[in-house]
Design a protein around this ligand. Sequence first.
Ligand code: M6R
Length: 607
Amino acid sequence: MCGIIGILGTRPVAPLLVDGLKRLEYRGYDSAGIATLENGHLTRLRAEGKLVRLEKKLAAQPLAGHTGIGHTRWATHGVPVERNAHPHMSGRVAVVHNGIVENFAELRAQLQEKGYKFESETDTEVIAHLVSEALAGGKTPVEAMRAVLPCLRGAFALALVFEGEEDLLIAARQGPPLAIGHGKGEMYVGSDAIALAPFTDTVSYLEDGDWVVLTRRSATVYDADGKQVNRAKKKSSGSAFLVSRGNHRHFMHKEMFEQPETVAHTLAHYLDLAKGTVRKLGNTPDWKALSRISFACCGTAYYSTLVARYWFESLAGLSVDHDVASEFRYREPPLDEDTLALFVSQSGETADTLACLRYCQQSGCKTGVVVNVAESTMAREADSVFPTLAGPEIGVASTKAFTAQLAALASLAVMAGRARGKIKARQEEELVRALGEVPRYLAQALKLEDTIGKLCRHLMTAQHVLYLGRGTACPVALEGALKLKELSYIHAEGYAAGELKHGPIALVDEDMPVIVVAPHDRWFEKTVSNMQEVAARGGRIILITDKRGAAAVSVKTLATLVLPDVPEIAAPIVYSVPVQLIAYHTAVLLGTDVDQPRNLAKSVTVE
Ligand code: M6R
């Protein structure tokens, strides 16, 4: 989703702005631009496509100036072409914007009536014209912002610079996050601490409704009521964000191979592996007082909750309700104080998930979040925070965040089961020991890479791919299909294996690869029956199973990928690896943009 950077510098800012934008690339974008103040006058360069095109333009036509703003745009209103790229300018102001101005059509009509001409189809341009109108009416930039901000409805983050004002940058947050970076005689603003990492590790975060007036030596923050407020400075872990791909061809590849370590870190937070017990953590819900968990999340995080449902129901006797966050609120689900509303998010900023969290808090139920970005809005707002310690995930397609989410959720389910008396000390120890082995199993699963790389030659020509699974393997099948779609643009669908004969079997013919995720567990034999149904119709089966499964299965397969035999609670975490590798290697063979697939954004901050 769009990324914002703004700098009040003591040196030429154009290259610094581009550097900041590069760090925001992971969020997904389709055009980019910067504006600087050259001798008090606004100059701007924008380009469709990747940042390299903007850099080429800048090399040919450098922008001078020590004050500037930059933007990577993920198109919402208007196609991704240069005229819609940010910054947008009107009169003495230039603005960059992340989010959506919901009442833009109404504002645009009013401005057009007054004679304002629009160069773009964006909602952002109304902001430039509104501020410009206020400035033309004699207001100072600060007065203009104070007047314009209440006119804007929706969720947005903004940064603006003004002609003739070399020592001024104004930014505002209503929804998508915005961080202020405090430098030595320099001041910055950015969509996240990752963008600011090369410049400073001292940041403060704007809260919803805040806006800030920045000079090189000061940051004056106002809340939504216009009251001056203090937002604490923090040392960000930003320097840890100076991430590189190392020897890996893609961030995604690096992140997949980090999983033994990231899952180990996450498990160690929740489990005392030496003692075979769950740890006592502060700020956890009173599991005994709960009757229900209600999950709402998006995409891959949603699939982690589909796995977690099996764990919380069977291990803790808690009934689980789940939905995608974009639909949850429309159902107006009954929520009471016995319900824990639990959210899962890598970024902690996903607009739909955040809206559900706030909705649940207003409904009076307890909230918790399983989250990877410790400084995110969800981490700040939820009653209980359950970290995943996956480290920064840069590849748009989630991999190590997913397995860390599963590790955290499995640990929480054991914790809840123990607290509720549903599992005894012996079973706790067995489960904790089983989870403790997961990093080792993950390392073994990653060794399938070469085999999978070769196998993907059969998949790269497919038009459609079906993924099947039963029990906790079912959400892994759904996640596998999502990964393949995202990365290779091949149409893929995941189904509960038992649903096959209720419709999807109509698709099966000799051109259809069917990937079956089937550890040798209590559901295995039934899944084998579903494989027989596929084989009888000529479907090309790729079976992902373990040694016992491979020995037991009699169905003819195109390939059988053999994982180690693992305990049931470990299986969905371990089986995530081959489905990730399949998607990755198919995409590499097809030559798609693995780390930034088309149309996708890492942090989806609009509903
Ligand atoms: O940051 P979040 O975990 O809240 O993001 C949720 C989804 O947008 C995300 O998982 C998305 O589906 C990924 N592209 C999946 O690879």
